[in-house]
Design a protein around this ligand. Sequence first.
Ligand SMILES: C[S@@+](CC[C@H](N)C(=O)[O-])C[C@H]1O[C@@H](n2cnc3c(N)ncnc32)[C@H](O)[C@@H]1O
Length: 259
Amino acid sequence: MSEPSRAAPWYIDPAAPEAAADRNLASSLAIEPVEVPPPHGLYLKREAAGLGLHRADGPRTHPLTLDLSALLAERMRGARQSPLAKACGLARPAPQHLCDATAGLGRDSVVAAWLGAEVTPIERCAPIYCLLLDAWQRAQSLSGAPSAWIQRLARPEPVDATTWLSQAVPGRFDTIYMDPMFAAARRKARPQKALAWLGELAGPDPDAAALLAAARRVAATRVVVKQHARSQPLATPSHQIQAKAVRFDVYLTGLGVSS
Ligand SMILES: C[S@@+](CC[C@H](N)C(=O)[O-])C[C@H]1O[C@@H](n2cnc3c(N)ncnc32)[C@H](O)[C@@H]1O
């Protein structure tokens, strides 16, 4: 996890049944486990609803817990005609393997999986990765047969995508999708809590151009970069798909069909 993500400790109740597993995961990702809630800042804590991100100071607010089915339910209406689907080649159902190189809270990953792609999510910021992994595990273990879309969503990878893709075979994915965080505010209105906390933890992504270069070497068909509508592209795209507040820059690679 090379870029500057902010630390968020994990408050683990030693008496909780998941304490040992949580401590192992925390230490494998260099997250500090603590036995009392910290006085300041953001921290992780397990809730009945799943792993939550809490704020110790500031106004009282609910923890942030991810629910992938709920995230999908908010986004599935019109998803097939959306700019994201058009940019990623998902406007018509066709099998493809998509890497979400900046998975964050998993919102774009779930839509891509629901639209029919086999999705590999990658997230390098350790606390955000833990929230995503926990949501993915809960979605996988829902009683009854898991939905087809959740079966198409692979276990997230806790790595830096630039490093990871630089070791991948060219053509490994059909599409590589990136939604980097930019230092400039992405919108005029105050961002929702989830986005504000995500930004606070992940920080800006000044290395997005390096990720694009690594992705262009590996994607069989295209790399798609989501950008603020008025921002400069990272390089010269093959074409662009404009949405209301954002833009999708599409870089066709023409490497051929992936496995
Ligand atoms: C704007 S958020 C992505 C939001 C996401 N599209 C969603 O639907 O929730 C950007 C995320 O990408 C992650 N990220 C940025 N560069 C990365 C890289 N090179 N490798 C892995 N993760 C990266 C950041 O840590 C952050 O969580």
